[in-house]
Design a protein around this ligand. Structure first.
Ligand SMILES: [Fe+2]
Length: 172
């Protein structure tokens, strides 16, 4: 059981670090897409912030102490603190990578919870995994290069229009 409790506190610390970093980016993002990313990072940290309390209460439910200090969080978190403000695309890449880290910690705790047959905890962790997979999708989509689509012509060109075009090319 100690192993499960240690992993739960690691998840708590990692979740806290992720939420704080997303909030840090929410505050400091700049650029022409400010409004869009200020909102996107805002939604992200708010959603994950809710999970901090839920994770702590799941820890209490297995009769363990839920940690609550920066000192403990810094030593347990799998996500590093962010002290500098990166460019927008770097912010998205960092959060994508950190979100993948949370997913791997969640899988670790899930595996331990299954072994100890903690059904309520297993359900909670599966819900968090689903939510973080959605965060991954959104962050990954924000990292994709912008695709340029050619304007679509509604009707096919008339035959004489094609002939004229061909003649023009030959005369170049
Ligand atoms: Fe805000």
């Amino acid at each position: 059981m100690n192993e499960l409790i240690e992993k739960l506190n690691k998840l708590l610390a990692t979740t806290f670090a992720f939420s704080l970093k997303a909030q840090f980016f929410h505050w400091n993002v700049t650029g022409q897409d400010f409004s869009q990313y200020h909102g996107f990072f805002g939604n992200l940290y708010t959603e994950v912030y809710e999970a901090i309390d839920q994770t702590a209460e799941q820890t209490r439910a297995v009769n363990a102490t839920a940690y609550g200090s920066f000192t403990q969080y810094m030593s347990l978190s799998e996500i590093q603190c962010q002290t500098t403000v990166p460019a927008l695309q770097e912010m998205v890449s960092i959060l994508y990578r950190d979100n993948e880290t949370i997913i791997s910690v969640l899988k670790e705790v899930h595996e331990a919870a299954e072994r100890y047959n903690e059904r309520g905890l297993v359900n909670f962790l599966e819900g968090r995994l689903d939510t973080h997979k959605k965060h991954s999708w959104m962050l990954r989509s924000s990292m994709a290069p912008v695709s340029v689509t050619a304007p679509v012509r509604e009707e096919a060109p008339a035959e004489d229009e094609i002939r004229t075009y061909t003649l023009d090319v030959k005369n170049l």
